[in-house]
Design a protein around this ligand. Sequence first.
Ligand SMILES: [Zn+2]
Length: 231
Amino acid sequence: MVAATSSLRTAAFTVGAILVVAAAVAFGSLMKTSTQVQTPIAAGSIQPAPKASPPPTAEALPPVPTAAATQPLAALADDADLSQLRTRALTLPVQGVNVVQLTDTYTQARAAGVPHEALDIMAARGTPVLAVEDGTVAKLFSSKPGGITIYQFDPGSQYAYYYAHLDRYADGLAEGANLRKGQVIGYVGSTGNASPDAPHLHFALFKLGPERQWWRGTPLNPFLVWRDARI
Ligand SMILES: [Zn+2]
């Protein structure tokens, strides 16, 4: 019995001690909470997660598309082609005409609302027309709008150069012939739908498709090839 009583007392004391300790802890906790409310939250409590698992940041997100990345692919292709062509220092196709005399007529409307997509170079009838680059004569062709025309391919058959409204071809010019840059290939005129009062060379430039068809391609603005050239 004694042992049992002693044991009970011990137990009671223990329980009491625990309650006191618990109360003290609870009080301390309250005090601590109170203190925390009145003071700024310690910086340590909002430290970012360890670097092993960083929170999402702007850097981690996919890059925001830039204006250039959202441009139509065709426009980007045009820029690449124009840059490529500028490195070739193409000769102006009308003898005696300087680059400062050029006017950009590429986007002008033409008959039936068809975009011009070419460069008109005004010149006196009979002025020599020159090959803008080495290459080959892909086709000598006469059409109602273009009159007497030449389709030239560049050496790699990537691009075609189109010369229209010619008065006539240079003597001996034939399909398949090799051309040298600056070679006389014809003469300025007004054949086709050009006004007889305003002879000029209609010069077009287009990128050929994989089939290398002289009548088909993607037009590029020749004016942009020469605009910044120092010829
Ligand atoms: Zn024209």
